[in-house]
Each structure stands twice: as C-alpha cells, then as structure tokens.
Design a protein around this ligand. Structure first.
Ligand code: ZN
Length: 115
C-alpha cells in the first residue's frame, strides 16, 4: 500500500477558478484533494484497512495461478527459480505490510486528533 501525490489543475468552488490541486492517492484510490491556492481540502472516505486487506488477498489469490502457468511452461525452469522465489516473495510481502501499517497508523492517529 502506497501514498502517492499528484498535482492537477481543477476547478475550485472556493476560488471560483481553475487552480492547481494536490491529489493524494492510497494505492489507486483518491484519498484527498487539496486546493493549493486556498488550501481547501476535500477528504474522501477510503477504508484504509479494507484497501490493505484487499491488496493482500488479491496477491495471495493470484499466486497459485501463476505457479501453475509457469509449471506448464517449463518445469526445469521452475525448479531452478524456485529457491529464489521462496526467498523473494515473503520479503516483498513483508515490506508492503510494513508500509501499509504506517499508512494505517497515520490515518488512525489523524482521526483521533480530529475527534
Ligand atoms: Zn481554492
């Protein structure tokens, strides 16, 4: 799970003109849109935890298919590449889990202050 920021020219209702906005994404979902001129921010409701679980489930769910396809393609190649995969996959997954935790913590903390 990653936070991405993007700038885009959008029409601001407050400024009543097209100005630069900062768009914050979580994965491919828009989390917030901020007018860079008047600072007015529109927060969109994303279930951060749901996003995170969806991502994990998708990743795990697509794994067996990939394995089977590769198995059909070239058995010897699979046998050679298997030890590398066994090390790389859990590591990559773990790294994403860590960054996702940071995102969840950030937004949970922010909500706590507001209320
Ligand atoms: Zn504005």
């Amino acid at each position: 799970m990653k936070i991405k920021k993007m700038e885009a020219g959008l029409y601001c209702l407050h400024c009543q003109e097209e100005v630069d906005h900062e768009i914050t994404y979580i994965n491919s979902q828009i989390k917030s849109i901020r007018c860079m001129q008047c600072n007015k921010t529109k927060e969109l409701n994303i279930d951060v935890k749901k996003e995170f679980y969806k991502e994990i489930v998708e990743r795990i769910a697509t794994k067996p298919t990939r394995m089977t396809e590769e198995y059909r393609k070239d058995l010897s190649h699979l046998l050679f590449s298997l030890p590398f995969r066994a090390i790389k996959k859990p590591y990559r997954l773990l790294k994403d889990v860590n960054s996702s935790r940071k995102v969840i913590r950030y937004y949970t903390k922010k909500k706590g202050i507001e209320k």
